[in-house]
Design a protein around this ligand. Structure first.
Ligand code: HEC
Ligand code: HEC
Ligand code: HEC
Ligand code: HEC
Length: 127
């Protein structure tokens, strides 16, 4: 079995390395400086299991059609001060995370998906 996996890897048939992001991320964008709030714990894999990558990692062509940005970080296009893109980094995160949760909660008529500050901002930074 090991040999088969090895062969598949050599043949490039198992692109495991491409998917090597951490399953649970602690979001801590350095460009935001010292965070005022506890850090956000984000279950990346649990989201990626249910949601298309390009839904979050978007990129738009000249006609506004979403072309996947292949896992690029948000800060690549949403600067902290929002000068080049009208949507600054923190608004970009908040709008993307909260809008989806709100929509799903409305549809399910419950509040299962986090909308409150403390439900996302969960980890006290290590001093
Ligand atoms: C659905 C998840 C979610 C909710 C709810 C949420 N945030 Fe955030 N918030 C984020 C994410 C993600 C970031 C970006 C963190 C990073 O990359 O460092 C962020 C960043 C921030 C930042 C900038 C970083 C810092 O700590 O200084 C502040 C301030 C902030 N949020 C305040 C709030 C407040 C106040 C509320 C409630 C009104 C709130 N957030 C609710 C996800 C959330
Ligand atoms: C629900 C939204 C969402 C989905 C779906 C999602 N991601 Fe992400 N992903 C994020 C966020 C948010 C980050 C942290 C971005 C940041 O720090 O600016 C991230 C980070 C990453 C990173 C690390 C980027 C870096 O340089 O640190 C990679 C790679 C990545 N995602 C790939 C993927 C792939 C591949 C998929 C689909 C299988 C996917 N993501 C699905 C939201 C998502
Ligand atoms: C390759 C560049 C690029 C990357 C990477 C990127 N964005 Fe965007 N984003 C854009 C552009 C361009 C717009 C459209 C701005 C406008 O309307 O003029 C946009 C719009 C948005 C919007 C408002 C409209 C919408 O589509 O919902 C949100 C929210 C947003 N981005 C959040 C994020 C988050 C969160 C990340 C990281 C997971 C991210 N973006 C990564 C380029 C990018
Ligand atoms: C396109 C929709 C969508 C987007 C965008 C999205 N989420 Fe979620 N979120 C979900 C769904 C679906 C679940 C339930 C996942 C499960 O089954 O555990 C969820 C659950 C959660 C939970 C509760 C589960 C847990 O971790 O304990 C947190 C916290 C959370 N999301 C944070 C975030 C943050 C932070 C972002 C933005 C970086 C984000 N989400 C963006 C759809 C979304």
């Amino acid at each position: 079995m090991k040999h088969i996996v090895g062969l598949l890897l050599l043949a490039g048939l198992l692109p495991l390395a491409v998917q090597a992001q951490e399953e649970i991320m602690t979001l801590n964008t350095q460009e935001l400086g010292t965070h005022q709030r506890p850090l956000v714990i984000f279950k990346h894999q649990a989201h990626a299991d249910q949601i298309d990558c390009a839904r979050c990692h978007h990129d738009y062509d000249e006609f506004g059609v979403n072309q996947n940005s292949d896992g690029q970080r948000c800060i690549e296009c949403h600067p902290v001060n929002g000068e080049e893109n009208p949507i600054d980094l923190v608004s970009a995160f908040h709008r993307q995370c909260k809008n989806c949760h709100q929509k799903l909660n409305l549809r399910a008529r419950n509040t299962a998906k986090p909308e409150m500050c403390g439900q996302c901002h969960r980890q006290q930074p290590v001093p």
